[in-house]
Design a protein around this ligand. Structure first.
Ligand code: ADP
Ligand code: MG
Length: 696
């Protein structure tokens, strides 16, 4: 507990106060002069010529060589903006905004006039805007309305090697637009490694290299691996500060909270060195939610004898370049959006970086002088446990959701969509089957109205559907709670002491609902809420309080998403029949029917049993819906509720059919239109698209 307290940033710590104090001078040399010092400046003519003469150009160059800030300006100065805007996409919101600000300063105009930016919920552009920075997601949104992207004369897909889902979706769209519009100029910037691939994708587009000035960087490996990389980072920073020559330090951490904690602790350590040393290290955080005026401090020039220590997320890997860094500390982790099957949505996870990322990070130390990169992982981990490059989002995220997004963009035939790295065919077909059964696409593969709504939700389409349906049916309040609690590990604890255990079981029975576990969970959450979210109540009822509190947090996030898309958050007064029907609309694949003393799943006839901890254990309910299957000594259904078979039919008419009791013969009809369209040769599809029968 003490450890955790130390981890949490205190509200008004001393460090926070000093964070706002004025710093050294800003580099006053004229911007024009600074611009001429950039490596890209020497390539200006060659770049402009190549872009004039080729519809698509791939540009590679050291980070910091001036690609993002300069090329748009060169093209503007050469008259490329006469017939449309010069657009430049960025994978990150902060980068789009901060680069637009820098370019507006360089051009000498107010942001939002000649130079503007557009990120979600923030559109700082005007009719005068000629140079526009935006997230790749925003351009994707614009392409939805106008596939020719006709507002632009030049499009620069910057940092394409990052391979965000939006960039991967944009590449084919831009390629197609380029074929239709010979006047459109496309620039793709990429790390050296991927340049050939992009060039080939765009019909062997020319690759231009911007030679950068780089200095050697010495890699320093640790003698042994520290389990706590945050503590190891702090130690490394102090060691550099105390014993290395002048030069700034850049540390790669994973997110805001971690960075703030590290800043606080570092501040305390430097202070402890005594008054003479206390002001020799200027600690600067950089993360996406940091206000931009704080962010721009990293570019300020400090008085002699003061060293900068920048603690940044991977935004400082490629998007932002800070001059003067000679020491990089790399713990080897990054926060990535990955598919979480338990939560049923994409969630941020801290994962090891790739070797390509590690090398990019190291390179940041050699921009202005020879440098050192301190890795906090061993060479053995680097060689054997890190992947060579980051897997593109399109290959690591849930495809049902990605496919739904593409459908929402009007792309009807995903299987022949011109992806740079197509997802595997079975994965894509599986996603289509799932969307079809959920009613998000029709038998022709076209997006339905509910499918269009589901596309807005950053989560598993089944969960999105349940939430949307619950809003329409007036039970969103209840459903938010149930979904949030379901996405947590078990709420209950059973003490080992037999007397205590009996008390726990009694408490659990008191809280149980006759329809099953879903309503029981709702009941528990509501009773806890009524107790004023009481810790004591949880203890008295043998419920994990921490798990409930996490559920409360997830619930809040889910509610925010529903509200963002103007869905109403009504309550139905705990109408179990209504709530369970709405649940079935998304989770109908998880249905089972009793036969004798066991159950069989409807989807593939697996023998399953109700888990002894369930509220339905020992009750003979004909049809049940479960949330998960967990195999221990046998296949157990967890979180089970009683349902009516007719609900399944209503929930998924493309998946279930009522069994005609007069004919004993079981027909297995395939869904013809989908079958013909997508899978002449695919048996997987044939099996998964079969209808299942319910009898009642
Ligand atoms: P690239 O896209 O090739 O990585 P950029 O165009 O982003 O390079 O950056 C070119 C130079 O401009 C870098 O040296 C960087 O330090 C500088 N720079 C970028 N933004 C700012 C800023 N807000 N303040 C001062 N310098 C900046
Ligand atoms: Mg750049």
């Amino acid at each position: 507990a003490k450890e955790r307290q130390e981890n949490r940033p205190k509200e008004q710590s001393e460090w926070r106060k000093v964070l706002n104090r004025p710093l050294g001078k800003i580099d006053k040399s004229p911007m024009a002069q600074q611009r001429r010092r950039l490596p890209v400046y020497h390539q200006r003519e060659a770049l402009v010529e190549a872009i004039k003469n080729n519809p698509v150009v791939v540009i590679v160059g050291e980070t910091g060589s001036g690609k993002t800030t300069q090329i748009t300006q060169y093209l503007y100065e050469e008259g490329f903006a006469e017939t449309g805007m010069i657009g430049c996409t960025q994978p990150r919101r902060v980068a789009a905004k901060s680069i637009a600000q820098r370019v507006a300063d360089e051009v000498g105009t107010e942001l939002g006039k000649l130079v503007g930016y557009s990120i979600r919920f923030e559109n700082i552009t005007s009719p005068d805007t000629k140079i526009k920075y935006m997230t790749d997601g925003m351009l994707q949104h614009e392409a939805l309305a106008d596939q020719n992207i006709s507002a632009y004369s030049v499009l620069m897909l910057d940092e394409a090697h990052e391979r965000t889902l939006s960039t991967d979706v944009l590449l084919p769209l831009v390629k197609a637009a380029s074929k239709r519009r010979p006047d459109l100029r496309v620039i793709v910037t990429s790390a050296t490694l991927d340049a050939a691939k992009f060039s080939e994708y765009f019909g062997n587009a020319p690759v231009l290299e911007i030679p950068g000035r780089t200095f050697p960087v010495e890699i320093v490996w640790p003698s042994k691996l520290e389990s706590d990389y945050l503590a190891a980072s702090l130690m490394q920073i102090m060691q550099i500060h105390m014993s290395e020559d002048e030069g700034d330090i850049l540390v790669f951490l994973t997110g805001q909270e971690e960075i703030e904690t590290a800043c606080e602790r570092l501040y305390e350590r430097v202070k402890a060195l005594g008054p003479a040393m206390a002001h020799t290290l200027e600690i600067m955080p950089v993360y996406s939610a940091l206000p931009s005026e704080m962010q721009s401090r990293i570019f300020e020039v400090l008085p002699a004898g003061v060293r900068k220590c920048i603690l940044a997320t991977n935004i400082a890997e490629t998007s932002l370049t800070i001059d003067g860094i000679r020491y990089v500390v790399d713990p080897g982790f990054v926060k990535l959006s990955v598919w979480d099957p338990q939560l049923g949505m994409n969630s941020l996870k801290i994962v090891p970086i790739s070797r390509a990322q590690a090398n990019q990070r190291a390179g940041r130390a050699g921009r202005t002088a020879p440098g050192k990169c301190y890795r906090l992982y061993t060479e053995q981990i680097f060689e054997n446990e890190m992947s060579s490059s980051t897997v593109p989002e399109i290959q690591r995220q849930n495809l049902a959701h990605a496919a739904l997004m593409l459908k929402a963009m009007g792309i009807t035939d995903l299987l022949s969509f011109d992806f740079l790295d197509p997802p595997s065919r079975p994965a894509l077909l599986g996603a289509l089957v799932e969307l079809y059964q959920l009613g998000a696409i029709d038998s022709e593969g076209l997006l339905t109205r509910v499918g269009r709504k589901m596309a807005d939700f950053p989560m598993d389409p089944a969960m999105a559907k349940v939430l949307i349906r619950s809003a329409d049916a007036g039970c969103a309040q209840e459903m938010l709670t149930i979904i949030a609690v379901l996405s947590m590990p078990s709420l209950f604890y059973r003490p080992s002491d037999s007397k205590q255990r009996d008390a726990a079981d009694r408490a659990r029975r008191r809280l149980s609902d006759g329809t099953g576990d879903h309503m029981t969970l709702l009941n528990i959450y509501n009773t806890w809420a009524k107790s004023g979210y009481s810790k004591q109540w949880c203890a008295d009822n043998f419920i994990h309080e921490r798990t409930l509190r996490r559920a409360k947090d997830v619930r809040h996030q889910l509610a925010g998403i529903l509200q963002r898309y103007q869905h109403r958050l009504d309550a139905c007064g705990g109408d179990a029949q209504l709530i369970l029907q709405v649940l079935a609309s998304g989770y109908f694949r998880n249905a089972a029917k009793i036969s004798g003393t066991v159950y069989h799943t409807l989807i593939d006839n697996t023998e399953v049993a109700i888990h002894p901890a369930s509220a339905l254990f020992g009750k003979r309910t004909e049809y049940v819906l479960y949330h998960t299957l967990v195999f221990t000594s046998r296949e157990y259904m967890h979180n089970v509720s009683a349902i009516q078979p007719s609900w399944l039919l209503n929930a998924a008419p493309a998946f279930f059919e009522k069994m005609d009791t007069n004919t004993k013969r079981r027909r297995t009809e395939t869904i013809k239109p989908l079958f013909n369209r997508y899978s002449e040769h695919d048996d997987d599809w044939r099996i998964s698209a079969q209808k299942k029968y319910v009898k009642y």
